[in-house]
Design a protein around this ligand. Structure first.
Ligand code: NAG
Ligand code: NAG
Ligand code: NAG
Ligand code: NAG
Length: 367
């Protein structure tokens, strides 16, 4: 064969082989996670419906919530469809992501369980404000769950499964949005607490929580910072010092965003410190970033397919969430073009953007 023909054959060969190699590698990338279980703690960005079973007004188990979910079911997820945790569960090879408090809850062979509770925070005062499940109680529930698991599959296997499970913790934003910047005095925040002191307080509670998970056998944990909550539609409406901005201009509150970015930086440092002090136990920690993807969306919404980022899809989009976003609320015509479904919570479309931006972080604890 002439060398020209050889290289043509070679190139044509490559054209057939390459896509094959690529798609097989991609398939392997997803399927070689030997992830035994998936457990999630935190707030509404990851709560699959635990609040349906407690006496709190922080609920969303009614239309139009869930309008893009399987069977258009309002599960108690604060979204039109899937949450961040749902996308993570499917990426890791899990089929259903279920709330622990569901009376029909049973232990599955490949568990994918949410202990999260919309409205909660690391600060007990945050959970108390909305009468939702504090993080310390979520940890207790996991302890109770693990005991049940051990009685089903044996202690050794339960320990092994926990070691090979992925844990997600998405919490803290309500501490800032509700307790610190919201009606703090009402929930008993001492006068004169500075934002730096409060960030330290929240970080301390977070570290205790992570330690609690580690003590119960968790070894692969992704921990989120706070989202870009100064751009939450209800924050723009309620916290604006300028009425024209609250209703017309609708720019983000930079005080809150800058507190968020400060806290996130401190969190990343704290995670590095924890990781290195516990690496002898095989602990892998990752920082799950919700802030940067939201900032990217803000700076260039069209890149992500969004038209509207400063109000929610439900109702006026300025204020409604939970009971105020209900069957009587008007809905936007194209949910996929909105970053927010209600005035606080992401659309399925936005959750998927955030998860896509964090795949490397997730891989860093699964490999
Ligand atoms: C899958 O395994 C391969 C080979 O060990 C590794 O290079 C790759 O990073 C793994 N992918 C994931 C997503 O775990
Ligand atoms: C531990 O779990 C891994 C992954 O789930 C599994 O492959 C392995 O067989 C288990 N080992 C024992 C001793 O049960
Ligand atoms: C929060 O509440 C739990 C449960 O009552 C308690 O164990 C914990 O000490 C409290 N944390 C703080 C910082 O007060
Ligand atoms: C941002 O929110 C804070 C806290 O509520 C408030 O003090 C401040 O005036 C707001 N900033 C603007 C520009 O609206």
């Amino acid at each position: 064969m002439g060398s020209k023909i050889k290289s043509v054959v070679f190139i044509i060969g490559l054209l057939f082989i390459l896509p094959n190699l690529i798609s097989r590698n991609q398939a392997r990338d997803v399927s070689n996670h030997s992830i035994a279980a998936f457990y999630v703690f935190g707030d509404s960005y990851v709560d699959p419906g635990n609040n349906n079973y407690i006496g709190s007004i922080a609920k969303s188990n009614f239309a139009p919530y869930g309008i893009d979910f399987v069977n258009q079911k309002a599960t108690g997820r604060f979204s039109d469809g899937k949450l961040i945790a749902d996308f993570l569960a499917s990426y890791l090879g899990f089929e259903n992501y279920v709330p622990y408090l569901d009376p029909d809850f049973t232990i599955q062979a490949k568990p994918s369980v949410g202990f999260a509770s919309a409205g909660t925070g690391f600060d007990n005062r945050t959970a108390a404000a909305l009468n939702v499940i504090p993080m310390s109680t979520q940890l207790e529930y996991f302890k109770e769950y693990k005991a049940k698991l051990a009685s089903t599959i044996g202690q050794e296997e339960a320990d092994n499964q926990t070691t090979n499970a992925v844990f997600i913790v998405h919490c803290a934003v309500n501490d800032f949005a509700i307790t610190y910047y919201g009606p703090g005095n009402v929930v008993g925040l001492p006068d004169g607490t500075t934002i730096e002191q409060y960030e330290e307080f929240v970080l301390q509670r977070l570290q205790e929580f992570i330690q609690g998970l580690v003590d119960l056998g968790a070894r692969r944990i992704a921990v989120s910072g706070v989202p870009l909550f100064g751009c939450w539609p209800n924050v723009i409406t309620l916290y604006s010092s300028d009425p024209a901005n609250a209703l017309v201009t609708r720019t983000c509150n930079e005080t809150l965003n800058s507190a968020g970015s400060d806290y996130n930086a401190k969190l990343q440092e704290a995670l590095k410190t924890m990781q290195s002090s516990l690496s002898n136990q095989g602990l892998k920690l990752a920082y799950f970033d919700t802030y940067t993807p939201m900032l990217n969306i803000l700076q260039n919404p069209a890149n992500y397919g969004f038209d509207v980022i400063n109000k929610g899809c439900c109702g006026t989009g300025l204020l409604e969430q939970a009971v105020l976003c209900n069957r009587l609320s008007a809905l936007c015509s194209d949910r996929s073009k909105y970053e927010f479904f209600d005035s606080v919570h992401l659309t399925e479309a936005a959750s998927s953007v955030i998860v896509a931006a964090n795949i490397a972080a997730i891989n860093s604890i699964t490999n």
